[in-house]
Write a protein that binds this ligand. Structure first.
Ligand SMILES: Cc1ncc(COP(=O)(O)O)c(C=O)c1O
Length: 383
């Protein structure tokens, strides 16, 4: 098996974990007490009591029915509780799916720059892989003609991440429909990493969940991003293809087949308070976006981006005389953390030398002030 090292390993050592943080990719986390209080205020005292009193037994493989029922409410009529498989977060689902669908005779199509797992998991499963380069000048959009041209007789799998990490861009519903039509015609499964879905900055840009619209589509979701629940470690796959679900269950058996009941109950509480939590998080995001709009206006000489429309991250070009690795190191010395381009690409060329800037948490304003101070002190050297 050809596991590569995590691309974020160097980042965690040299530019991560600092007080002024643009590196996170999630929204403002709640405390467990806040979540329990929200449940009680909603009249869900039974759930709170169960959380305090439940026995520490195993839960059923693939998630308890009550959680899967709650999750299924996020989807249309094709997706019921049996079409949901619960995992400990989304990361593990990406590799589980690759192992369930691929072997050395298969071919997959992935996109870069992007989250490492979504572009690399097919390699772990020994699949042949075509990596398609997303381009800044094309607003990081997927070029569907390029996808069509990359499809081979043995293509089994296309992996998309929409809204995107790291750019926060999102394909249109028309583009998504064309991708599905192409996959259907060629009998290809689509993994749609939708961990940033439901965090659209305005409702008009939202596109359907892949699991709702395609019989061979798999939507993956995690509490970590829209609901700021990384510590709950609950994610899920939603899919119509029950044979694939069974294969995934068999693979899951050898990993973490059952989530903790405490996590399941926190996940149910989160989903029942979803409207309230998402509203709060989108407000934080849109406030931060207004600060970032001012920042990009003021410092357009030094920074540019494709303005994101969804999610909690963006991909930013530094136009000064340092690459993003060097910029990350310079900022780290001042306690400011960004994610350089090497976290998102196998090979960093000028075309993809952007850094990721997260804006999902309310302490972003403070980090932005620090960044401005840094720029004011150094911009003379950059002209
Ligand atoms: C695009 C994408 N997919 C999947 C994941 C994994 O989610 P989790 O940390 O909940 O396993 C992440 C986390 O950063 C992500 O950004």
């Amino acid at each position: 098996m050809t596991f590569k090292l995590p691309w974020s390993k160097r980042h965690k050592k040299v530019t991560g974990g600092l007080p002024y943080n643009f590196s996170n990719s999630y929204t403002e986390p709640l405390t467990s007490k806040e979540l329990l209080d929200m449940a009680a205020a909603r009249g869900d005292q039974n759930l709170v009591d169960e959380y305090l009193d439940h026995t520490l037994e195993y839960t059923p493989n693939g998630g308890s029915l009550d959680l899967r029922e709650e999750i299924a409410k996020l989807y249309g009529p094709e997706i019921g509780p049996d079409n949901i498989l619960v995992f400990s977060g989304a990361q593990v689902i990406i590799s589980t799916l690759a192992f369930a669908l691929l072997d050395e005779n298969s071919h997959s199509i992935v996109f870069t720059p992007g989250y490492q797992s979504v572009q690399e998991a097919p390699f772990f499963a020994r699949s042949q892989v075509t990596k398609i380069q997303l381009k800044y000048e094309n607003d990081w959009r997927i070029d569907l003609d390029e996808v069509e041209a990359a499809i081979q007789e043995n293509t089994k799998y296309i992996v998309v991440n929409q809204p995107t990490n790291p750019a926060g861009t999102l394909m249109s519903a028309e583009e998504q429909a064309r991708l599905v039509e192409m996959a259907q015609r060629n009998d290809i499964h689509i993994l749609s990493d939708e961990v940033y879905r439901l965090l659209e900055h305005t409702p008009d840009v939202q596109i359907p969940a892949m699991a709702d619209i395609y019989s061979k589509g798999i939507s993956i979701v995690t509490l970590s991003k829209p609901w700021g629940g990384c510590g709950v470690t609950i994610g899920w796959a939603a899919l119509q293809d029950l044979d694939l679900r069974d294969k995934m269950t068999d693979i899951q058996y050898f990993g973490t087949a059952c989530p903790s009941r405490a996590s399941e109950l926190l996940a149910i509480m989160t989903l029942r308070s979803s409207d309230e939590i998402l509203k709060r998080n989108i407000e934080i995001i849109n406030y931060n976006m207004s600060l970032l709009d001012e920042f990009f206006d003021e410092y357009s000489e030094y920074f540019e981006w494709v303005r994101p429309v969804a999610g909690a991250v963006s991909f930013v070009k530094f136009k000064g005389p340092m690459d993003t690795d060097e910029l990350g190191l310079a900022l780290a010395k001042e306690g400011i953390s960004i994610k350089p381009a090497y976290v998102f690409s196998d090979t960093v060329t000028e075309d993809v030398d952007f850094f990721r800037l997260g804006y999902g948490e309310s302490n972003m304003a403070e980090a932005l002030e620090k960044l401005k101070e840094f720029i004011e002190r150094h911009k003379g050297e950059w002209d």
